[in-house]
Design a binder for this molecule. Sequence first.
Ligand SMILES: [Fe+2]
Ligand SMILES: [Fe+2]
Length: 275
Amino acid sequence: MRITTLSENTAGKRPKGLLAEYGLSILVETDEQKILFDTGQNISVVHNAPLLGIDLRDLDVIVLSHGHYDHTGGLKQVLEETGEIEVIAHPDIFKRRYAKHENSKTPIGIPYAKTELEDAGAKFRFSEEPTTIGDITITGKVERRTDFEKIDATLYVEEGDELKEDELLDDQALVIKTDRGLFVILGCAHRGMINTIEQAKRITGEDKIYGVIGGTHLVAADKLQMEETVKALKAYKIQRIGVSHCTGPQASARLADEFGDRFFYNNAGSAIELE
Ligand SMILES: [Fe+2]
Ligand SMILES: [Fe+2]
């Protein structure tokens, strides 16, 4: 099994010419299937794929971690390559989302209408429950069980005429069972990195955690969340931590310091082989 990051806020050294774009997109390839998890913000996935030797026309399914623009904005361009393809997501992905600042709000939802994507070939399959595709499980709605992981308070969702704090019910991750334990691929982990890993354990019945990559949203973590997250990751005896995207420089530095050579920054061009 091969996991290749097609788009991230930063780009790796090789191959030359990779584009970085604020967002995330990760390809999981097994002998049987090719799953694209998120599509980046805009042009980077279709630009980077051929440089990484990936033909997007070979994709079998697209999974969306949540409805934010930085994970879904490249979907239209990807559909132009794939044509008709199944797209698995939580039913809330089309809700209108905003980031609120003191006197302004920025739209941060999926930048397309559902019909526009369907016309481009998307065959949506909506589910709040865990979904299994071959060797890979999609977590479905992540239960929030830790008391130290809070949802980013700057994020809002439109409900009727009102803007409400966004619970990000659509936020989900991919889980791969390996011989060494679970390998979890996060989108933004808005409902908590540890909540997401715990959900992966519950739905697979596997307790060992081998690794985690992707967006951790630790950029918004307070001191307590950071301490408790490090403690939990250590308790898992996790072997690989490849952070991306919404982890932020402080949390990345802290995890690098705590986990040494088990830590890496997972950016565009990063590739991991799993057994
Ligand atoms: Fe997000
Ligand atoms: Fe994000």
